[in-house]
Write a protein that binds this ligand. Structure first.
Ligand code: PEP
Ligand code: MG
Length: 312
């Protein structure tokens, strides 16, 4: 295995020629924040709020949610934190958001879809997030999981803005959302690509099955080409495109994602110094050339080899 080079990580992300790229951490609960701070993450690109409640049988009231979120946000006062609203269902069932028996839970009522029938649950969560943002002084945005259409994104954005949250985003995890990213970006302020689910749905391959890990490889050119489309939509609308799936934790792939138009990378905290260092060691043009080479490959191994060769 290659030893990760972390020497160039300064705590402020960007390419060697000064193109800004935010290097952020993914957190699930207050226990994860210390690792994010010590890795000098610039903030949080994905706070998975459902992880606070995996054992809860009843919906926590607004005051309880506010305290839980504030505890996670406090270490990031003055820094950006993207709070994801509850992503219940499929691999993360929540006791108080039962969706009933479904033959295909990954294709069922999950993520934002749960909120369409129970908008009051979403509204209470948004109120708690807005209050916790004020308590902590963190620069809070919210984003919705499993958005499929611009209409869904607009529905969420309207509720979040009504709750007093100024910056609103949508995750791109469903291929339909990737294909219509330009219109999605008209409804929200930013998108963040969830490569774990996006790969699962693009390849029709369960992300939890080890036997299908080759299809869920984030170097798959089909996935990279979809990300390139989203990056172009970001460039055309002038809005930011991030990646918060596990793909962002690979230093070489992080460079390629930057070359595809991604301006923030959010990952498990332990990967922050290596990814921040890798991005700092490459120019934007070199990242773009590596991205072009990876896009032209016909398989995952070829994409990775082409990207590596582009930096030699
Ligand atoms: C993803 O799907 O890539 C993602 C970041 O969300 P989660 O892993 O929580 O489903
Ligand atoms: Mg997901």
């Amino acid at each position: 295995a290659e030893r990760a080079d972390t020497a160039n990580w300064t705590g402020s992300g960007g390419t060697s020629d000064g193109s800004r790229v935010k290097i952020l951490a993914n957190v699930g609960a207050a226990a994860d924040t210390a690792a994010a701070v010590s890795a000098r993450a610039e903030g949080v690109g994905l706070f998975r709020t459902e992880f606070c409640y995996l054992a809860a049988e009843d919906e926590p009231d607004v005051a309880t949610q506010r305290a839980a979120y504030a505890e996670v946000l406090e270490p990031f006062a003055g820094k950006p934190v993207v709070v994801r609203t509850l992503d219940a269902g499929a691999d993360k069932p929540l006791g108080f958001l039962e969706t009933g028996a479904e033959p295909n839970p990954a294709l069922g009522v999950r993520g934002l879809r749960v909120a369409f029938d129970r908008p009051e649950v979403l509204d209470r969560q948004l109120a708690a997030i807005a209050a916790a943002a004020g308590d902590s002084g963190a620069d809070v945005s919210v984003m919705a999981p499993m958005v499929a259409t611009p209409e869904e994104a607009a529905w969420f954005a309207e509720r979040a803005r009504t709750a007093g949250i100024a910056r609103v985003g949508a995750m791109v995890e469903v291929p339909a959302a990737a294909l219509i990213a330009g219109e999605l970006l008209e409804a929200v302020d930013f998108v963040s690509i969830g490569t774990n689910d996006l790969a699962q749905y693009v390849f029709a391959a369960d992300r939890q099955l080890g036997a299908l890990a080759g299809l869920n490889d984030p170097w798959q050119p089909a996935l990279l080409r979809l990300i390139a489309m989203i990056g172009r939509a970001g460039g055309e609308t002038g809005k930011s495109v991030g990646v918060c799936g596990e793909a962002a934790a690979d230093p070489l792939l992080g460079r390629v994602l930057v070359g595809l138009g991604v301006s923030s990378l959010s990952m498990v905290a332990t990967a922050v110094p290596a990814v921040g260092s890798a991005v700092a060691g490459a120019s934007l043009r070199a990242c773009e050339r590596a991205a072009e080479a990876a896009l032209a490959a016909s398989d995952a191994a070829g994409a990775k080899a082409a990207a590596r060769a582009a930096f030699e």
